[in-house]
Design a protein around this ligand. Structure first.
Ligand SMILES: [Zn+2]
Length: 290
């Protein structure tokens, strides 16, 4: 378990280096009052959503800890004033890294209760103890800001055990957190309570919630639609079935990797952090294979 965790972190560091860390940010308007924030020239962490309007400023996720000052300066300028509320979609350091830096200036951090519990054991992921969420929720919490509702709701045992998606019903926008890696093999963090069946079920729940016109901000990858989410969900369902068939026939994890059942998804979905082999091994491990 411990070794696997270290291996995951090492792999993540390698993939981040390969992509280069961003030095600046860019904003894309999704609808008036909601922008998607991401690295302009490299990896800055997961996609963020900024809500800015007459009453309050809120931010969904806050990237990598070393970039927090750059992000805060960018977001403050975009919004015209400091962020009042932050919501973390899950515990990973590329989504909560800026927590402490924002909290120092009075931003109130909201998160699912399991995020706080896990961060208590490793607060550096959130930039230090000051980055621990101040308000936690179990099932969800709604914000009413600038004439809009932003509803954070928990998706159990999916990417981790503390995932939340944020739904903006008035403007038909959804931020999925890492329950959606658009066009990429997803990271399903079995060591932090994630499960493949929960991941598939969470995506199904989101598909049923949205419609063909919904604009979807994924945890990673470009802005998406329901059709994109359906395609990636179908890929994962199929990938798991392919791996299960080989496991059921008695093959070991190494034999399954060698057989490469996900080969025809490689060109579209393989990437530095979750390679085709790593996706295959995650599916094997989740299904109880060795
Ligand atoms: Zn993540």
């Amino acid at each position: 378990m411990k070794f696997r965790m270290i291996a995951v972190l090492a792999l993540f560091a390698v993939s981040v280096q390969a992509q280069d860390i961003a030095t600046s940010f860019k904003a894309t308007e999704v609808v008036p009052g909601i922008t998607m924030i991401e690295g302009a020239d490299g990896f800055a962490g997961g996609n963020m959503a900024l809500l800015a309007g007459e009453d309050y400023v809120a931010l969904v996720d806050d990237g990598l800890a070393p970039l927090a000052p750059t992000l805060k300066a960018f977001v403050d300028e975009q919004a015209g004033r400091p962020v009042n509320f932050l919501v973390n979609t899950h515990v990973h350091g590329d989504h909560v890294g800026g927590n402490a830096h924002f909290a120092e200036s009075g931003t109130v951090v909201f998160a699912h209760e399991n995020i706080r519990t896990r961060l208590l054991a490793k607060p550096d992921d959130a930039g230090g103890e000051g980055g621990l969420p101040v308000v936690t929720f179990a099932d969800g919490v709604s914000f009413h800001l600038n004439g809009l509702e932003a509803r954070a709701f928990h998706l159990p045992l999916a990417h981790t055990d503390g995932d939340a998606a944020i739904w903006f019903p008035d403007v038909n926008v959804l931020h999925t957190g890492d329950v959606f890696f658009h066009g990429l093999f997803p990271f399903i963090d079995l060591d932090n309570g994630g499960t493949v069946s929960g991941y598939i079920a969470a995506q199904r729940q989101l598909i049923d919630k949205v419609d063909a016109d919904t604009q979807i901000i994924p945890g990673h990858g470009p802005l998406a639609t329901r059709a994109d989410l359906e395609r990636d969900n179908a890929m994962l369902v199929d990938a798991r079935a392919r791996v299960k068939a080989l496991l059921d026939s008695g093959q070991s994890a190494d034999e399954i990797v060698e057989a490469n059942p996900l080969a025809d998804y490689h060109d579209n979905y393989n990437w530095g952090f979750i390679t085709t082999e790593r996706m295959t091994r995650t599916l094997v491990a989740d299904l109880g294979g060795e």
